[in-house]
Write a protein that binds this ligand. Structure first.
Ligand code: F6R
Length: 364
């Protein structure tokens, strides 16, 4: 049932490409994203005043990418909140706000409670869910299914990628409906989004490099991830995955925030994974890399294929295929998942069933 893979997690990492195709493909009509299947109309999207995105853990991290994509492409204010915080925060929701609820299982208790609260407060709700007919899917005004298929490993991998895909489709449709981008621009970006699944292929083939990097860092006790914008959201997800399955402590930092405290922890040999896929802040992140290198950090830099990295700037460089910056999270996630996977394997952990964790959290 693991299809020849040693663990479900590795199998599911490799299933991402197909899951992305299944999630994106049917929702492109005439080269543009089309979400009419769930009943969302351009008329409604046009009138929105804000979007609140709510979820737990990995789903919440996908929401962060969605938020940035919506703000960048559709120029609509978007906010993210952890479900267990949202539900007790007496959230301020305006009549024109949409609450987007993200969940793989569709059964996470805090997320379901957040959805119910949003409805009680009169907000409209859109569920982005993987499990068909789940509680969250049934309770929302609209549901967009992610088509990841069953996810068995406790650590979420392919479900995250398809959550990103749905958020991108939503961002693009919003951009079109609101006139923030014209048809030509949305068409180009849609084409770029459709390229992402195939571009994961070389990264999946690159397992050896990531396994080697994991072997170099397997005895670390503390690790830092850093990045800006989308790369910061991906840092959080990379760090969560690593902690969850390899039990190595790590922290994710907005790269510019390091010097406001955390850099005091960086000393000779401290492992730092720097994410730098965003053209507009690439140089800024590179200067943060320099700051940690100066203090002796051992740096893995993840960047685009074409990025110009000065000699000696990082100890290891992982290059990702060329794609519009906004969609780089769909590529970046692969090496981050593989890194956590190989760290877990090398450290002899129970990859698919990490201690203290359950696949679906239906208690508070
Ligand atoms: C991490 C992980 C969890 C879940 C979270 C939400 O790998 O799997 O953080 O993402 O428990 O679960 P769902 O998406 O089912 O609501």
């Amino acid at each position: 049932e693991k299809g020849g893979y040693p663990h479900f997690m590795l199998k599911e990492i490799h299933e991402q490409q197909a899951a992305l195709q299944a999630t994106i493909g049917p929702r492109i009509k005439n080269g543009l994203p089309d979400l009419s299947e769930c009943g969302l109309t351009d008329e409604y999207l046009k009138g929105l005043t804000g979007i609140h995105i709510v979820g737990c853990g990995t789903a919440m991290h996908a929401g962060m990418v969605g938020r940035t994509a919506i703000e960048k492409m559709a120029r609509l204010p978007a906010f993210t909140q952890i479900a267990s915080e949202f539900r007790y925060s007496d959230p301020i929701l305006h009549p024109g706000d949409l609450v987007v609820i993200i969940s793989q299982s569709g059964e996470t208790l805090d997320t379901l409670a957040a959805l119910k609260l949003a409805r009680e407060k009169g907000a409209k709700t859109l569920a982005v869910v993987n499990v068909v007919g789940s509680s969250i899917a049934r309770a929302a005004d609209w549901t967009l299914y992610t088509h990841a298929g069953p996810e068995i490993a406790v650590a979420s991998t392919k479900a995250y990628s398809v959550q990103l895909a749905v958020m991108y489709l939503l961002a693009l449709r919003l951009a079109l409906a609101r006139g923030a981008l014209d048809e030509h621009e949305v068409g180009y970006l849609t084409e770029q989004l459709q390229k992402a699944p195939a571009l994961q292929q070389p990264l999946l083939k690159n397992c050896d490099q990531i396994q080697y990097l994991a072997s170099q860092f397997m005895n670390s006790t503390d690790l830092f991830f850093m990045g800006r914008g989308f790369d910061y959201s991906l840092s959080l997800e990379g760090s969560l995955k690593l902690k969850e399955i390899s039990y190595v402590h790590s922290e994710a930092y907005a790269a510019g925030e390091l010097k406001h405290g955390t850099i005091s922890l960086v000393t000779e040999g401290t492992p730092v994974i720097a994410l730098a896929t965003q053209d507009d802040v690439f140089e800024k992140t590179l200067s943060n890399v320099k700051e940690v290198k100066t203090r002796g950090a051992r740096v893995i830099l993840l960047c685009k294929e074409e990025a110009v990295v000065p000699e000696g700037a990082a100890d290891y460089v992982v290059r990702l295929p060329r794609l519009e910056s906004v969609f780089m999270p769909l590529l970046m996630i692969v090496p981050l998942q593989l890194f956590a996977y190989y760290m877990s394997v090398l450290r002899g952990c129970d990859v698919d069933k990490p201690r203290n964790l359950a696949k679906s959290v239906t208690v508070e």
